[in-house]
Design a protein around this ligand. Structure first.
Ligand SMILES: [Zn+2]
Length: 233
């Protein structure tokens, strides 16, 4: 049996699946990993600074110009998002995503934890009001109060809310199968979520490059869309 078939059987058999997804799940929707945007600034500044609380506070225009590059409003969910959403019809499914593009929500997944937030959720730092992302892309000043707008994403130098962490842990704890998809799984604290799985839960990973995880798991080394395309609903 090929490793893809083995993975498909595990997915079919599982009753409670939690997907942990990363950038490789969004690239088939033509969303580049922000790290690949380095070229835009030709090495002058790292994306880690441009997406930091420091930059937002001290060089707001630089932050705004960079964060605008991350918006791809015409991007649509691909086969990975669609199959994950469709699995909800017959199984208990949770998704914890590192992605900030909201594509799992757009595909119709209900139990989604956007671990790093969602670009399309924008609010005013001064008055707290929610503002549409369309308005934000025109101007980063709130028309009503003059406050600075920002997307509800976790920036470098910012902490995670307890509510997000609690929900993500709950999602991992309840699963009998964990599927890590489209991520090299090296970014903490996201990769630490795996510690919370049930002892008897199985772990499956699908990614272009092999993962290094300190416990037994099944590695499917291919583009994530290849495996998801083969899932029968
Ligand atoms: Zn305001």
């Amino acid at each position: 049996m090929t490793v893809i078939n083995e993975a498909l059987e595990k997915i079919q058999a599982a009753k409670k699946i939690t997907f942990l997804t990363g950038a490789g799940v969004s690239t088939p929707s033509q969303i580049p990993d922000y790290r690949s945007l380095k070229g835009v600034y030709a090495g002058i500044e790292q994306p880690e600074y441009l997406l930091s609380a420091d930059c937002l506070n001290h060089e707001p225009q630089k932050f705004y110009q960079f964060v605008k590059l991350l918006y791809h409003p015409s991007a649509r969910p691909n086969v990975i998002h669609e199959k994950i959403a469709a699995l909800e019809k017959t199984k208990s499914v949770w998704v914890v995503s590192q992605n900030i593009d909201g594509l799992h929500n757009q595909a119709g997944s209900k139990n989604v934890v956007n671990f790093h937030g969602n670009l399309y959720d924008v609010y005013c730092r001064k008055c707290g009001q929610n503002v549409s992302w369309q308005d934000y892309l025109v101007c980063d000043t709130h028309q009503d109060c003059g406050g600075q707008l920002r997307p509800n994403i976790v920036l470098y130098g910012e902490g995670f809310t307890d509510a997000t962490i609690t929900l993500a842990i709950k999602a991992v704890e309840q699963a009998d199968l964990i599927v890590i998809a489209g991520t090299s799984f090296q970014v903490a604290p996201f990769n630490q979520l795996l510690y919370y799985h049930k002892p008897q839960a199985e772990v499956l990973a699908v990614n272009q490059t092999a993962l290094a995880i300190q416990e037994p798991f099944t590695m499917v080394q291919c583009a994530a869309e290849e495996l998801f395309d083969a899932i029968k609903i």
